[in-house]
Design a protein around this ligand. Structure first.
Ligand code: AMP
Length: 424
């Protein structure tokens, strides 16, 4: 019988998920830094929530008939039968944490920020992945004040400015509240009754009618043009809220565009919804809105809130396409060279002490020949070599060599950190 050859599986990252390789780390470091800096500048507190949550959190929060919950969640099988998922977004988790940890008892509103990966089982394509990173900001509690909507937009705008993505354009809409939205929904359904939208939209009209405005199918694009506009159906409170948000944006001199079709896919939004775009990018770099009902949907008393998240891979794509370079981490200016066994033995602890004293030093302890160590030092562009040989090891000293001039000085090990700090 012929042997059954097992098929060799080529091991690579899972479809729609990517490694972030060292050459991209300066850009990622910039994203992390901008997230942190803006978080601190605007007095937001950092929050981290688990990657894994109960499926019910998103079913109740994001909505059982949203795309995310219906089609995109990664469900985990556990031996005890818990229904757990990899988080498909952050806001519901943060709302859960706000309730669970009693954040309503501290001064309101509570401003929070986060950064981390989320998981959605979508069809991967340009700018659409299954694992992607989001950074976001949430303003929870206090009044449902339009100034907070404008403040959230300001934060996102500032973030994108700091990432130098080019001119930022805000698409904005209001999807009303519990009072006015049902009237609009009815108007929309009545209008669509006389149209022939795509099959998905026919279904959407039954379960989540506002989503027909999101549809990108050709036949639906045409139908959408004649659809009633939500802004004409807002109640006076929502109208006033939206007017004030726009007035704040005018004061800030932000470029925005009223977009009647912007509804966003998640159930928890109310009133203001917005997305960030930049020139030359068709897909949104981020989006968010007000979600005054979410915390109530999760079992708390009503807590008005507004927030947004940014898609970090999408921002990186724009940054790369624009050729923007952010400085990489500075390379060490000092290279440590050991010669001989005794010196090598003492090198590791010596280098450790130098690093702990704040001297950024590079080494190649795995190489023993002087020539090969010097060549590594050369490639790294070091300014100084620290040469530690047999004699120096006995005398507890070391040679500092200026690699540009060739000048050398021997110093005692006890004085080395100080001597290097003076030179750097
Ligand atoms: P959302 O949580 O759907 O409101 O998305 C917020 C932002 O995350 C979007 O504006 C995109 O920039 C980004 N984003 C959403 N889905 C994906 C995805 N599948 N792949 C990459 N980025 C995404």
């Amino acid at each position: 019988m012929p042997a059954v050859r097992s098929k060799k599986v080529v091991l690579q990252s899972v479809k729609g998920m990517h490694d972030i390789m060292p050459q991209d780390q300066p850009l990622w470091e910039r994203l992390r830094k901008v997230t942190r800096d803006i978080g601190e500048e605007y007095n937001c507190m950092r929050i981290d929530t688990p990657l894994v949550e109960k499926a019910e959190l998103f079913e109740r929060g994001v909505g059982a008939v949203s795309d995310i919950v219906e089609k995109q969640m990664y469900m985990l099988k556990t031996s005890d039968g818990d229904r757990l998922v990899l988080r498909p977004e952050f806001t519901a988790s943060i709302a859960r944490a706000y309730i669970e940890h009693g954040l309503s008892h501290i001064s309101q509103p509570v401003k929070l920020y986060y950064i981390g990966p989320v998981y959605r089982h979508e069809q991967p394509q340009e700018g659409r992945f299954r694992e992607f990173y989001q950074a976001g900001f949430e303003i929870m509690g206090g009044d449902s004040d339009p100034v907070h909507d404008a403040q959230a937009i300001t934060l996102g705008h500032r973030f994108l400015e700091e990432m130098k993505v080019g001119k930022v354009m805000i698409h904005i809409n209001s999807i009303g509240c519990k009072q006015c939205r049902p009237f609009y929904r009815k108007k929309l359904i009545d209008y669509y009754k006389n149209q022939s939208p795509c099959r998905t939209c026919k279904r959407r009209l039954l379960i989540n009618p506002l989503r027909v405005l999101d549809c990108k199918e050709k036949e639906c694009e045409e139908i959408k043009k004649g659809a009633p506009a939500m802004l004409d159906s807002l109640c006076s409170l929502c109208k006033n809220h939206f007017r004030l948000v726009l007035e704040y944006l005018d004061e800030l001199k932000f470029s925005y565009m009223l977009n009647n079709y912007l509804v966003r896919g998640l159930d928890y939004y109310s009133r203001t919804v917005f997305e960030f775009f930049t020139e030359g990018s068709d897909s949104a770099l981020g989006g968010g809105g007000r979600y005054d009902y979410l915390l109530e949907m999760l079992g708390s008393k009503p807590v008005p809130a507004v927030g947004f998240s940014l898609g970090l891979e999408r921002i990186l794509m724009v940054v790369k396409a624009r050729g923007t370079v952010f400085p990489a981490r500075a390379k060490p200016k000092v290279f440590f060279i050991h010669i001989g066994d005794l010196a090598k033995k003492k090198s590791l602890s010596l280098i450790e002490n130098l690093r702990r004293s704040g001297v950024h030093v590079e080494e190649s302890l795995g190489r023993d020949s002087l020539k090969s160590q010097l060549s590594v030092a050369d490639k790294g562009g070091a300014q100084f070599a620290l040469i530690f040989g047999q004699m120096e090891a006995f005398e507890e000293s070391i040679i500092i060599r200026d690699l540009a001039t060739g000048a050398q000085e021997t110093v005692l090990l006890a004085k080395l950190a100080e001597a290097m700090k003076k030179r750097l």
